[in-house]
Structure formats: C-alpha cells, structure tokens
Design a binder for this molecule. Structure first.
Ligand code: ZN
Length: 438
C-alpha cells in the first residue's frame, strides 16, 4: 500500500476525535560552541496526525537529563511538560568529547497550544543534590507551524499489533535501517517477529491490550549498515554508525529529524530502528529512539534492554563492563528509578517493592560473579529472586546499588527478565503517556 494513501486514512481516523489538537514538533540543534551549551531552532513542524495522548501532560516521572515545558506566554501557566534525554547528553557523558564544537539533532513533540506560548528547555544539574533542572534555553512559539516535510513515496506501513482498547493506545513504531527496497519483506518479517517476542515478556505481556505496533519501511540505497572495506560509510536511510562516540557496538544515528519524519506517518510514542545486520550492537536514548539488529541471535535481549532505556529511562545496572562513560563517584543520588547510591539506601526509592525483612544493603558474592560473569553464579545466591539493594550498578562496582541480583538491565540471562522495579518503571512510563496523572 502506498504511503500517502494510508496516511490519509490515518488522518481521517484522527479527525474523528475533534477534541484532539494538532501535533507540533520543534526540531533543534543542540551542541557545544566555544565551550558553552547552545540550542538552535531548526524548524517548527505540524505533523500529519493529531496529538495522541494527554494534552496536559506534566511529566512527574522526570526520567531524562533534560525537560521541556510549554507555558502560556501571558501568565506563565504550565500547559505541558516532558523530560527526555538526547544525543548531546550521551556525548557529553562519554569520553569522546575531543571535538569541542559539535551539534546534535533533537526533536520535541507536543500538542499544539491554543494560546500564545513559550517553550523552555531545562538541563539537569547532575552534580547537585536532587539533580535539579535549570533553564538553559527558551523560544516564543509562533502561532503557526509549517506542514512537516513529506517522507518519500516509497515508504510503506504495516500494522503489526492492534490495541484492544477503546481508549488511547501506546504506539511503538519499527523503522528500517539498511534495508533496500527489495528487502521489504525481510524487514516486515523481522519487525513482526520481534513485536511478537516483545509481548512474551513482562511487563509487556500484560500491557499488550493497550499497545499498538506499526512498522514503516524506510528503504536505503545500500544494504547493511556501517562501512565498506575501504572505510567509506554505506548509504543508508538513517546513517547508523555501529561504533559511535568511540564505543564499540554502540550504534547511533545522528539523523534524529529524518527519523521523526519517518515515524510521524503512524501514531507513536516510542521508536525502534531495526538495522539490517546480524552483528551485535544497540542503543537506547530516553524519549528519542532504540536501535537493535534485526538478525543477531540475541536480538530479543537487545530490543528489550534498549527499550528499557528509550521507553522507560532506565539506567544500566551493569558494572562489570564500562562502555566508555566517565565514572561517577556516587556522592549524588541518581534520578533513575532502578539505581541508587549509598545516600539513597534508607529509605530506598523502591522500598514499596523490597522484600520484607531483607537486609539493606543486601549481601551477595560480587567477587564470585566477577570471576565468571555467569547467570548460574547469580542463581546460586541465597537472595536470588528478592528485591533489595545489591552493590554494583551504573558502571560502578562500589558506588551504586541495583534492586535485584538479576535483571535484563544487568546482563543477558537468556530469559529476558526485567526485575520488579524495572517492570514497574516501564508500566508507570507508559501509563503517564496515556493519561496525565491527577
Ligand atoms: Zn532492573
């Protein structure tokens, strides 16, 4: 089915809900210039589909390094707020900051305001207690947005999973990276299989009736991702680099605006880019995108782990591998829901889920695990299966604690299990995107 025909149908469906406002998207460039953080407006677009979700969302979960707010110009009244993370934040925390001046694309989506409004961006002060947000940029929004640029007519869409609810559904969209036009069925099949796999695991199994999944075939000139033998990059739709920011297997696309232009063809909250690759790589940036390989044997693990980051803002619970981020000394309690520092042990932010009577911190044999890094070492532990506070998380063996011995945010255990704290964080995030908290 041709792209715009289907988009037309979707628009028609959207128009039935006369109360829903248009979807606006502010594309910005976010970077460093002369040693100072800078933002530049790249475009303000009206997307083809009406806004999906609460129009008055005022994100209270705040799972990102950044937050944007829409306020009434006249009174300052808060209309909408959403936290997020970005490529820039990722780059700033990585050890690859050799280029002092660099800009990254990011996109902020929100319901079109009915009155003159202002958009403000806030950055977390990660080194201050409470990691509070501080205003770093603002823009008075014009009264109208430009129609978003049309995606290529060769894009096509398939519905992989329909929601089973009369209410608003949470939308997930798979985009194709490195698939040529002739590989369309390979992409749709891989996306369909991964979509089915996702709903086998908690908490997505119980969220299934409230989720819908689309795949958008976004063809590339070349097949595969990465580089030719001579070092030249392949010509692919989103130019995914499988070893980005100087980190092996850390796959990133810098083409965030093009990614948003492809995703906007369907109702969505969360984006997954499937690479035409059987290599091991991935990434997940909160409220931006997840990347996973379509054909690696551990693709289900990679998809779920990266969705933990991109959909729910979870931290890595592993400490036995350091991916290249500058270490933190644990003196400041981190904001992520699934890790804590020594200062956060009493009470735990996940106290309500902690197993009754469990000692905090919870003893375990970290040394034995470090010797073989095997799941079997964890299952032999006396506190396997309980929720407590286990030393070793967030790239540090000594400064941060995680809620359970084993979790997919720690390592690939073969069962794709999120610990109870991560499961609850995913449910909370999805629910917050569907109805604003009272
Ligand atoms: Zn976890």
């Amino acid at each position: 089915m041709k792209f715009w025909f289907l988009v037309g149908l979707l628009c028609l469906a959207g128009q039935l809900d006369a109360a829903a406002p248009a979807t606006w998207r502010l594309d910005v460039l976010h970077g460093l210039e002369g040693g100072k953080e800078q933002f530049r407006k790249s475009g303000l677009w009206q997307e083809p589909l009406l806004w999906q979700g609460p129009v008055d969302l005022q994100d209270k979960l705040n799972r990102g390094d950044y937050r944007f707010e829409i306020t009434k110009s006249a009174t300052g009244e808060l209309l909408y707020a959403q936290s997020y993370s970005s490529l820039f934040a990722d780059w700033s925390l990585s050890s690859d900051t050799s280029h002092n001046e660099r800009y990254f694309e990011e996109s902020l989506r929100f319901p079109a305001p009915e009155v003159p409004a202002r958009l403000q961006i806030f950055r977390r002060q990660l080194d201050k207690p409470g990691q509070p947000f501080q205003a770093v940029w603002q823009l008075d929004l014009p009264s109208q947005a430009q129609p978003a640029p049309m995606p290529p007519a060769t894009d096509s869409i398939r519905l992989l999973q329909a929601a089973n609810t009369e209410e608003q559904a949470y939308g997930l969209v798979f985009l194709a990276e490195g698939f040529q036009a002739g590989e369309v069925e390979a992409f749709f099949q891989a996306a369909s299989e991964l979509s089915q796999a996702l709903f086998q695991y908690a908490p997505f199994d119980r969220l299934r009736p409230r989720m819908q999944v689309h795949a958008v075939m976004t063809p590339s000139t070349d097949s595969g991702i990465g580089f030719r033998n001579g070092g030249q990059p392949l010509d692919t739709r989103f130019a995914v680099n499988p070893n980005a920011l100087g980190m092996p297997r850390y796959a990133l696309s810098m083409e965030v605006h093009a990614i948003r232009n492809a995703a906007m063809a369907v109702p969505y909250h969360s984006i997954v880019i499937l690479t035409n690759s059987s290599d091991y790589h991935g990434s997940g940036i909160f409220q931006t995108y997840a990347i996973a390989p379509a054909f690696h044997p551990r693709r289900e693990f990679l998809l779920l782990h990266e969705l933990g980051h991109s959909l729910a803002g979870l931290a890595d619970e592993y400490f036995h591998d350091t991916p290249g981020y500058a270490g933190s000394d644990g003196t400041i309690e981190p904001y992520q829901p699934n890790i804590t520092s020594k200062a956060g042990l009493a009470p735990l932010k996940w106290q309500h889920l902690a197993t009754e009577g469990i000692p905090i911190p919870t003893p375990w044999n970290q040394q034995a695990f470090m010797q073989n890094r095997q799941m079997s070492t964890l299952t032999a532990e006396p506190h396997q299966g309980v929720v407590g506070a286990f030393l070793g998380a967030n790239y540090s063996a000594e400064h941060y604690y995680r809620p359970a011995l084993a979790c997919i945010m720690l390592l690939d255990m073969g069962d794709n299990h999120f610990c109870p704290v991560c499961q609850q964080a995913i449910v909370e995030q999805i629910e917050s995107q569907l109805s604003a908290a009272p």
